[in-house]
Design a protein around this ligand. Sequence first.
Ligand code: 13P
Ligand code: SF4
Length: 299
Amino acid sequence: MREKIQSLKHAKNAIILAHYYQEPEIKRIADAVGDSYALSKTAKESEETLIVFCGVRFMAESAKILSPHKKVLLPNADAGCPMANMAVAEKVTDMKARYPDAAVVCYINSPVEVKALSDVCVTSSNAVSIVSGLHQKQVIFLPDQNLASYVALQCPEKDVIPYPGYCIVHDRVMPEEIQELKALHPDAPVAAHPECRRVVLDLADFVGSTSGILKYAAESPSPELIIVTEEGIRYDLEQQSPSKRFYFPGRVPMICENMKKTALEHVMWALEYEESEIEIEEAVRQKAFGCLEAMHRGK
Ligand code: 13P
Ligand code: SF4
């Protein structure tokens, strides 16, 4: 399958992008592996005319928003992000009516219709810098209430109004579990993703995106670290630092089922038949483009 994927990819001038939470077999055949921000940038800047996006729907949608003339495929059409699906356009419109002076900031984990209603998009790697650079004091932040709370803490000059969404994988980690891990590994620093609850982030030595966590782990002098994000990143951590040990919360394993829905077969079929194409109504895409472009200009 790997050989067939490579030959189809060259024949069709395609690029394969994979998020860190994808299975190792997918990351091994990808041209670029990254966090949401890096992948959206690669999708925008790449010269290939066919993008096979191994991630979840909002990521492939973002690529299509930025590159309307390219064909963007989501190899398994069922791979969605439950948090993104919590962001409902009607509710966002209601919030905008209630807070007419507020900037509307949407996390990239949101559907295209919600991006079309927002002023600027952010990812977990640039949310704090983009929000702190806004001229408005009031900021509607959606859909992740945990990232909103983290941004509010980092930007005390802003009045952050959160939307009640959350990630079903990161939000279920409780502080007691981190305390247990810290008791077992007292010298291991804790690196956590900002989609975790504030009470969990309060116990972390570092808070950042998936690529931020990888960088922190590479630079840390500690031979062991406690990692609080989806377990797919273990592969990249171990590739990067084979001699270090990484401990993850395990009461309920941090596994995003949607991120695991893409298998090699799906990538091969996507390249062969070019189905599961992302299609977006042009008027909606243009509005969402402004939101994503504002993010790329802002960083
Ligand atoms: P990153 O932007 O850190 O890659 O995170 C994406 C995501 O879905 C985290 O759950
Ligand atoms: Fe969505 Fe959470 Fe899965 Fe990331 S880990 S794709 S936010 S459900």
